[in-house]
Design a protein around this ligand. Sequence first.
Ligand SMILES: Cc1cc2nc3c(=O)[nH]c(=O)nc-3n(C[C@H](O)[C@H](O)[C@H](O)COP(=O)(O)O)c2cc1C
Length: 179
Amino acid sequence: MKALVVYYSLDGNTKAAAESAAEELGCDILALEPVKPIPEKGFKKMFVGGRQATFGEKPELKKLVCDPGSYDLIILGTPVWAGKCASPVWSFIDSCAVPERIKALFTLSGGGDDSKCVRQVEKRTGALKARAALFDARNPKSSGNGEKLARFIEAVRALIRGEAAPSPKPNDPESSRPE
Ligand SMILES: Cc1cc2nc3c(=O)[nH]c(=O)nc-3n(C[C@H](O)[C@H](O)[C@H](O)COP(=O)(O)O)c2cc1C
């Protein structure tokens, strides 16, 4: 089974996790880039990103460098913005011709709950088979990220082998919630 890691990252946390997952899995990686970049600093960063996520805006993305349709499994990584997935990730999900191939999701949050983001994604993709809720590096609880990511990668490996990974439960501390 051919797998692809797709992610968006503004501050680098999701990028680091995505690169680590792609390297461990030996699979391709695709970074999403909005045509109009989201401001990286100050008030505008929270305002623009927060507004786009809250209202489900879908910023136009730069042309993708590979075709997600040529992969059997898509592993998606997103920062949590206003409880939801980051707007460029939402653009990707919305425009993806094969949303049902998105079977694994990892989120990066400042410390909040990612369940709204998970529900938002699952509405488009169907039930996810592997999940990890990771913390921003500035949060002391991010010390648990390595272990959570390792478990996530194991679950994805099972999917790649064609084995059914155990379905993550909404309140399962091992697979979904940040703690
Ligand atoms: C616009 C915006 C909205 C955010 N909203 C939330 C939120 O609702 N809950 C939360 O826990 N963290 C929130 N954060 C923090 C990010 O989820 C966190 O810093 C994450 O690690 C960023 O990932 P990145 O470094 O890949 O960009 C927000 C950050 C931004 C920029």
